[in-house]
Design a protein around this ligand. Structure first.
Ligand SMILES: Cc1cc2nc3c(=O)[nH]c(=O)nc-3n(C[C@H](O)[C@H](O)[C@H](O)COP(=O)(O)OP(=O)(O)OC[C@H]3O[C@@H](n4cnc5c(N)ncnc54)[C@H](O)[C@@H]3O)c2cc1C
Length: 347
């Protein structure tokens, strides 16, 4: 006999869910997949702007190497829906405590209630304010050697200093090319040990502010300094300041704090994704600024398992309390039977 299970999926929001997942990138969808498979009612609310959207492919992801970011998420959404999870296109505006746990208000005026929350809204990259730079982001303006290093191997790479990790970034990129130039831009030129490391690795340091990028036939060809000098470059690495997309959590008193690396702000969470607010977990870039797609997905799955365990513990506590209650219906019926025979009431 063939048993066919029909899972009905709708984008119509119910009033309440075991878990509302805020953000449907790699972290959120992975968490939702785990929760749906754990037979939890779950909805993902997603604004549809994953961080890596400008990039042509996802790299360093086993078995999905080079896949377009949009295609990866399309598959993820289909997998979540395949187990009865919902994925709804909307923006979360605010979250507040509620009798059931949490009330999530959407920007379109709808609202939904949740027993638990998984925050997976990722981060925003604040790019350097250099004319022409934003339009090249994710193409020949990049930040992560592991995401783009292979694609720019052996090319003329520039590093636009902009944060505490810029020298480290230049030293890393030297692994992919022996033609790396460090532009100190608005920062002081490296000194002491840092300057020695760059020199030892053959990384040229150019002082002076970068005013614009040179683009020819939709390709980066160089970097223009404020004195007019043009330095030919095929790719430019930058250090965006990274900020958690989590302003909607202020109603819970959960505020982003400075990340210890100095690279931006995040929502702190423990290794399982638990935040300081009971019932709220976080996964992916919103808490871990350095997480790539694989790590974000893994964190979402880990947090989801923790959330399910937390719900199981709550439900078990309630079951034990009911079990121990001598006035529950089954016990009352048995007592009545013993004392009043056929005139008993209850079950
Ligand atoms: C240019 C670039 C290239 C990259 N290339 C690679 C690569 O090759 N390989 C790799 O492994 N990693 C790469 N990364 C890193 C990758 O983008 C992150 O690891 C990944 O996106 C983190 O997943 P996430 O789920 O935490 O966040 P995201 O993917 O950013 O997903 C968060 C989701 O939440 C949604 N959201 C935000 N706010 C709200 C709100 N208020 N309401 C509802 N939804 C909301 C967003 O729209 C988005 O869909 C790259 C990053 C950049 C910037």
């Amino acid at each position: 006999m063939v048993v066919v299970e029909v899972v009905k999926v709708t984008d119509q929001l119910r009033d309440g869910y075991d878990v509302v997942v805020l953000g449907g990138g790699a972290a959120g969808l992975s968490g939702a997949l785990m929760l749906a498979r754990a037979r939890r009612s779950v909805v993902v609310i997603d604004a549809g702007a994953p961080r890596n959207a400008p990039a042509p492919g996802v790299h360093g992801l086993l078995a999905r190497e080079g896949m377009r970011p949009a295609e990866l998420l399309r598959r993820g959404r289909a997998e979540v829906r395949g187990y009865g999870g919902q994925v709804v296109s909307a923006e979360v505006a605010a979250v507040a405590p509620d009798d059931a746990g949490f009330a999530v208000a959407l920007a379109d005026g709808r609202s939904v209630r949740a027993r638990r929350l998984l925050v997976a809204t990722g981060l925003g990259d604040e790019l350097p304010d250099v004319p022409g730079l934003r339009a090249r982001w994710g193409r020949d303006v990049l930040h992560c050697p592991y995401c783009h290093g292979w694609e720019v191997r052996d090319q003329a790479i520039g590093v636009l200093a902009g944060g505490p990790l810029s020298v480290h970034q230049a030293l890393l990129l030297r692994q992919w090319s022996d033609d790396v130039t460090y532009f100190s831009h608005t920062m002081s030129p490296p000194a002491g040990e840092e300057a020695e490391k760059l020199a030892a690795r053959g990384i040229r340091v150019v002082d002076g502010e970068v005013m614009s990028l040179e683009i020819v036939e939709d390709r980066l060809t160089g970097v223009r300094l404020n004195d007019g000098t043009l330095v030919g470059r095929d790719a430019l690495a930058v250090s965006p300041r990274m900020t958690a997309r989590a302003g909607f959590l202020t109603g819970l008193g959960l505020l982003p704090v400075e990340h210890p690396s100095g690279a931006g702000e995040h929502i702190p969470a423990d290794a399982g994704g638990r935040t300081e607010v009971p019932g709220v977990w976080a996964a992916g870039n919103v808490t871990d600024l350095s997480a790539q797609v694989g790590a974000a997905a893994a964190a979402g799955a880990t947090a989801a398992a923790q959330i399910n365990a937390d719900l199981v513990a709550e439900e078990t506590r309630a079951a034990v309390a009911a079990h121990q209650n001598p006035f529950r219906a089954e016990v009352e019926a048995r007592v009545c039977e013993l004392t009043t025979g056929a005139r008993r009431h209850g079950l």
